[in-house]
Design a protein around this ligand. Sequence first.
Ligand SMILES: NC(=O)C1=CN([C@@H]2O[C@H](COP(=O)(O)OP(=O)(O)OC[C@H]3O[C@@H](n4cnc5c(N)ncnc54)[C@H](OP(=O)(O)O)[C@@H]3O)[C@@H](O)[C@H]2O)C=CC1
Ligand SMILES: CC(=O)N[C@@H](CCC(=O)OP(=O)(O)O)C(=O)O
Length: 338
Amino acid sequence: MLNVTIIGASGYSGAELASLIAKHPNFSLAGCFVSEQSLDKGKLLSDLYPEHASLLDTLLLPLNEQAFADIEAKADFVCLCTDHKVSVELAPKFLATGKKVFDLSGGFRLKNPQDYDSFYGFTHQSPTWLAQAEYGLAEWNAKGISQAQLVAVAGCYPTAALNGLKPLKQADLLADDTIIVNAVSGVTGAGRKANIGTQFCEVSLAPYGLFNHRHTPEISQYLGHSVLFTPHLGNFARGILETIYVKLKPGVSEHQVNEAFQVLADEPLIRLKGNKQMPSIKGVAKQPYVDIGWQVQGEQLIVVVAIDNLLKGAAGQALQCMNIAALLPAELGLKGVS
Ligand SMILES: NC(=O)C1=CN([C@@H]2O[C@H](COP(=O)(O)OP(=O)(O)OC[C@H]3O[C@@H](n4cnc5c(N)ncnc54)[C@H](OP(=O)(O)O)[C@@H]3O)[C@@H](O)[C@H]2O)C=CC1
Ligand SMILES: CC(=O)N[C@@H](CCC(=O)OP(=O)(O)O)C(=O)O
């Protein structure tokens, strides 16, 4: 058994990951931590998430000096389910003790440190680790993930966009035009802490982050193509649906598009729908899959991708990365999770 420690375990992605680890045949939950000042320290995880009663009757511990010593002694893998800036501060401490770190935040995803000033609003304090981090997009970087000490688990919106677009890029079917990615996310995407914009009475369906959302450079960097990405917040709890408008190179046929997607056909957590059934939030909520549908009309292609933001968009993909690092099947402990 490998011991997994979760920092930020009381949050939405941390609790989701804790429940996956608790059910996993090869991993054991070695500690669930919150900040030293947390109002939730000393509570059980199942006090916050009653749906996990008996599975997660696990104490939430403050991340103090004693905790660092305990984690150094016990953990094989450390998962950071914390804000980007917190992850950038914490990751080097665990890496210095030889731990393998899986960071669910965006703190180590972008290769250009200046992008952190522009898109994240802070100056990156750990450029050396930033340069060494491997991108945790499970289906596309298994070798890098298996060798890295620090895995920057891919962002939620980028996971959907990249799985829908990389097959086409790889097959060289994309015209040079900017690709338009319109996305809608459920409210758990914004995290658990109170925020006026995510309150029940405030949420409807509205765009945000026009032109400057931090996932724009993440998608562009790992696709190698310019994108115009616009996220929207929707009034449902979990799931992401993206509608992606693509211009194909002149002469590209529907058959070539269908063939390009076959690169993902044998991936156990990808479901290719083609034009037979468009992906939906209902089809993926609480599921570990990426659903991909598409339709071609002349040189215009529309790709529709759906994922659960907390599973494939966060904890599920983090578990895939840990499985890969442990030389286990990537999907172990993920099918039939709900
Ligand atoms: N929600 C989602 O759909 C996705 C989230 N992510 C990323 O995962 C990360 C976590 O997101 P999410 O679960 O939504 O966030 P939440 O706000 O729900 O949870 C954050 C967690 O971090 C803890 N925390 C805060 N400060 C510290 C600290 N200094 N030391 C230790 N723990 C701390 C919080 O507890 P407390 O404040 O009580 O200490 C809480 O447990 C973020 O970087 C996010 O961008 C990635 C993909 C999707
Ligand atoms: C609805 C909502 O607010 N979503 C978040 C994205 C989810 C997330 O936490 O982003 P990472 O995948 O980069 O970690 C946002 O737009 O900031």
